[in-house]
Design a protein around this ligand. Structure first.
Ligand code: HEC
Ligand code: HEC
Length: 251
């Protein structure tokens, strides 16, 4: 490696601070919530204005099938259609087209998701699930190196960036830097998020007789679908790590 490349990497390492998760320089996110999709595939809902929004298509269990990697915005009073972007430029689409079921009713209001999804927080969203369902087998004393990882939150005093459990699950998660298809214009169902993570696949197959409640499984898949991040904001990391609710300053 030449010297210039090393300097470049050092600069990037500084740029990516503070790290909010495994991925480099990805925008912190939160889950606004979900809206119903009609039988014909249509949806119609109100969005908060002037916020970068990214859509995910979910299955009946709330697991992402496909996910936008870019963001879109709405401005006050503006109506936006998915087809405005997801359509051929010559095949125009107008709001008010009554063939879509969802457009014949009032817009849905976004239904917020579980605690720890808004603002986003691994300590609130995921660690309670691990404490309740996993640490009986996955404690430090029983942990057998990588084979049976330590899924406790670990010592707060060590001032590490993340929980022990979070670091231990890295290879089993999904995040953009390990996804390997940034240069592809579209993705195939199942390539993004939980469905493309070893953890989800392992739990769905069955894991040492483990029975997760619907909500606990949802908490894990929501995390994996959201880039498997740890922090939901770039500030007050210590407070976030203690499980306090911290709203991003730019929100
Ligand atoms: C009844 C005990 C038990 C429970 C409960 C349990 N595990 Fe495990 N887990 C094990 C054992 C034993 C291993 C090592 C052998 C293996 O790979 O299955 C393991 C391995 C793993 C591995 C590593 C797999 C690999 O391929 O290296 C992960 C990740 C994991 N568990 C996650 C979890 C999570 C997350 C939970 C809770 C949602 C959980 N486990 C609950 C017993 C358990
Ligand atoms: C401002 C333009 C724009 C709007 C509006 C928009 N999208 Fe997207 N969408 C894109 C672009 C560009 C991509 C491909 C790049 C990416 O993954 O972000 C995409 C990708 C996606 C994907 C991933 C599919 C794939 O092939 O990877 C889904 C799912 C999606 N959009 C859903 C929606 C839904 C649902 C709506 C409306 C509620 C919507 N989008 C509105 C621009 C838009």
């Amino acid at each position: 490696m030449n010297k210039q490349a090393i300097t470049g990497m050092a600069a990037l390492a500084t740029l990516y601070q503070p790290k909010i998760g495994f991925g480099d320089q990805k925008s912190a996110r939160m889950v606004l919530g979900t809206v119903p999709v009609e039988q014909d595939g249509s949806a119609y809902f109100k969005l908060p204005v002037d916020k970068p929004i990214c859509f995910q298509a979910l299955d009946a269990d709330g697991v992402a099938v496909q996910s936008m990697r870019s963001a879109t915005y709405v401005h006050p009073g503006e109506s936006l259609t998915c087809l405005g972007c997801h359509n051929s430029p010559t095949n125009g689409y107008r709001m008010g087209n009554t063939s879509a079921t969802a457009l014949r009713r009032a817009p849905s209001v976004i239904k917020p998701d579980v605690d720890g999804s808004k603002p986003f927080s691994f300590p609130i969203l995921v660690q309670p699930v691990l404490d309740k369902n996993c640490v009986a087998c996955h404690t430090k004393s029983k942990a057998d190196g990588k084979k049976c990882p330590d899924l406790t939150q670990g010592a707060q005093a060590n001032n590490g960036d993340f929980f022990t459990s979070y670091n231990a699950l890295r290879d089993f998660t999904f995040f953009w830097d390990n996804a390997g298809f940034d240069n592809v214009p579209d993705s195939k169902p199942g390539q993004i998020g939980a469905r493309n993570s070893r953890l989800y696949q392992m739990l769905v197959k069955g894991h040492h007789g483990l029975k997760l409640s619907k909500e606990d499984m949802h908490r894990l898949t929501l995390w994996l679908d959201c880039n498997s991040d740890f922090y939901g904001a770039y500030e007050k990391l210590a407070e976030q790590k203690e499980g306090k609710v911290v709203w991003p300053a730019l929100e």
